[in-house]
Design a protein around this ligand. Structure first.
Ligand code: UD1
Ligand code: UDP
Length: 380
C-alpha cells in the first residue's frame, strides 16, 4: 500500500504530522509532496523541525500568486509526479489551494483521494477555502470528519454515507503530543509576560486584512482592547497581514502592540496555552483554544467549526469593532474552561490510519473498483 501526502500551507503541516506517524506504524509506504504554497522558514521549515515531519520527497516550489496562477502551477507540476508514482491513495488535508489542486489532479488520474477535515462549511462562498472544501469533498473517496456537523453537511450535499468517517481532529492529536514540549519553551517569560496576563492575536483572512479601512479599524480595536483589559497584546503577524500593514501605511497602529514574526508551532502553542484570551480569524486557533480552555473571540461572521461555539470557548465577533474591548474584557473575566468535543482525544490519526490500512482497501486504485474508475477516465 502506497500513500502520497500533499501539503502546502502552515495548517497542513500540523495536520499531516500525526497522520504520517500513525500510517508508519501500519507499515504503509508513504511519500510527502510539498507544493511550496508557503515557503518562508517561519511558515514552513520551522514546522517540519518542530513537529518531526519527514523532509518532503519533493517540493513543487509553486510560491505565491493569484488563485488561478497558484493552483494552475500546482496542477501542472503535480500531474506527472502522480502519473509516475501511482499511489493507492492521494491524501490531502484542510482547505487551502494545495488541498484542491491535489484532489483535481488525482481525480482525473483515477486515483482515490482521502480528504482529512472533510465536510466543514461556513456557508460563505466568498471564502476561497469554502470553494476548496466543497470541490475536494465532491471528489474524495474517503472523507474523514472532525465533528458531527461535517457529516450532516456532506449528507446534505448528497454524498454517500459510506464515503464518510467521523474520526476526530488531527490538530488536537498534534496539540496533545507537543503540549509538554511547548510548555518547556517558556516564550512568555522570554517576552517578559506573566501567565494569564496577556492577550494573543492572529489575523490573516482576506476579509479582515485586504481592505485598508477594515484592517486599520481592527488593529486600532486591538490596541484599545489591550488598554481596556490592562493586558499587553501579542500579535505574531502573518506575511499577508504585514505586507498589507506596510502597503496601506498602517505601521503606527502597531505601536502599542507586541508584534512578532510568525511563530513556530511550539512557541505559538506555548503562548496560546498561557494567554488570558485569544483574538483570531484562524480556523486552527478556534479548535486549539477550545481544548486548552482559553477564551477565544473570532473576528468572522461565520465559523466552519460550530462545535467550538456550542461546546468550546469560541465566540464569533462580527459587530462594530468599537465593541471589541468590552467583549474581550468579559471573556477574560470568565476564565478558562477546557473542553473536548467528541473524538478530539488525540487518536484521530490512528483511526484514519486504521481505516486506510485495513478498512478501505476495496477503494484503492488497484482494486476492481479503482481499475474500472481508471478505465472510465482513460476512455474519456
Ligand atoms: C493560505 C490559505 C488559507 C490559510 C492560510 C494559512 C488559500 C486560499 N489560503 O492563506 O486558507 O488559512 O494559508 O496560513 O489557500 N507569503 C509570504 N511567504 C510565504 C507565503 C506567503 O510572504 O511563505 C505572502 C505572499 O505575499 C502571498 C501572501 O502571503 O501572496 C498570501 O499567501 P497565500 O498562500 O496565497 O495565502 P494565505 O493568506 O497564506
Ligand atoms: N500558528 C503558529 N504560529 C503562528 C500562528 C499560528 O504555529 O504564529 C498555528 C496555530 O497554532 C494553528 C495553525 O497555525 O495550529 C493555524 O494556521 P493558520 O491560522 O495559518 O490557518 P487556518 O487554520 O486559519 O487555516
Amino acid at each position: 500500500m502506497k500513500v502520497v501526502h500533499l501539503v502546502g500551507a502552515r495548517p497542513n503541516f500540523i495536520k499531516i504530522a500525526p497522520i504520517m506517524r500513525a500510517l508508519g506504524r501500519f507499515g504503509v509506504e508513504q511519500s510527502l509532496i510539498h507544493t511550496g504554497q508557503h515557503y518562508d522558514d517561519s511558515l514552513s521549515d520551522h514546522f517540519f523541525s518542530d513537529l518531526e515531519i519527514p523532509r518532503p520527497d519533493l517540493n513543487l516550489s509553486v510560491g505565491s500568486g493569484s488563485h488561478a496562477v497558484q493552483t494552475g502551477r500546482m496542477l501542472i507540476a503535480l500531474e506527472p509526479v502522480l502519473q509516475r508514482s501511482r499511489p493507492d491513495w492521494l491524501l490531502t488535508v484542510g482547505d487551502v489551494n494545495s488541498t484542491l489542486a491535489g484532489a483535481l489532479v488525482a481525480s482525473k488520474l483515477g486515483l482515490p483521494i482521502a480528504h482529512v477535515e472533510a465536510g466543514l462549511r461556513s456557508g460563505d462562498r466568498n471564502m476561497p477555502e469554502e470553494i476548496n472544501r466543497v470541490l475536494t469533498d465532491a471528489l474524495g473517496e474517503a472523507l474523514f470528519t472532525t465533528e458531527r456537523s461535517a457529516n450532516e453537511n456532506l449528507a446534505a450535499e448528497g454524498i454517500d454515507a459510506d464515503r464518510i468517517r467521523f474520526v476526530g481532529n488531527v490538530m488536537i492529536d498534534t496539540l496533545d503530543r507537543f503540549r509538554p514540549r511547548a510548555a518547556a519553551r517558556a516564550v512568555h517569560e522570554a517576552l517578559g509576560l506573566e501567565v494569564g496576563k496577556y492577550l494573543l492575536a492572529t489575523l490573516h483572512r482576506p476579509e479582515n486584512v485586504d481592505d485598508p479601512t477594515r484592517l486599520e479599524s481592527i488593529l486600532e480595536a486591538f490596541a484599545e482592547t489591550a488598554r481596556a483589559c490592562r493586558l499587553p497584546l501579542v500579535l505574531p503577524l502573518h506575511p499577508r497581514t504585514s505586507m498589507n500593514v506596510r502597503g496601506f501605511g498602517l505601521d503606527r497602529t502597531l505601536r502599542s502592540l507586541i508584534v512578532l514574526t510568525p511563530l513556530g508551532y511550539l512557541d505559538f502553542l506555548c503562548l496560546m496555552d498561557h494567554a488570558a484570551a485569544a483574538l483570531t480569524d484562524s480556523g486552527g486557533v478556534q479548535e486549539e483554544t477550545t481544548v486548552l480552555g482559553v477564551p477565544c473571540v473570532t473576528l468572522r461572521d461565520t465559523t466552519d467549526r460550530p462545535v467550538t461555539l456550542t461546546a468550546g470557548t469560541n465566540e464569533l465577533f462580527h459587530g462594530d469593532v468599537s465593541e471589541l474591548p468590552a467583549v474581550v474584557r468579559a471573556r477574560v473575566a470568565e476564565g478558562r474552561r477546557p473542553c473536548r468535543p467528541p473524538l478530539w482525544d488525540g487518536r484521530a490519526a490512528a483511526r484514519i490510519a486504521h481505516a486506510i490500512a485495513h478498512e478501505l482497501p476495496e477503494r484503492n486504485a488497484d482494486s476492481p473498483e479503482g481499475q474500472l474508475r481508471r478505465l472510465a477516465i482513460h476512455a474519456v
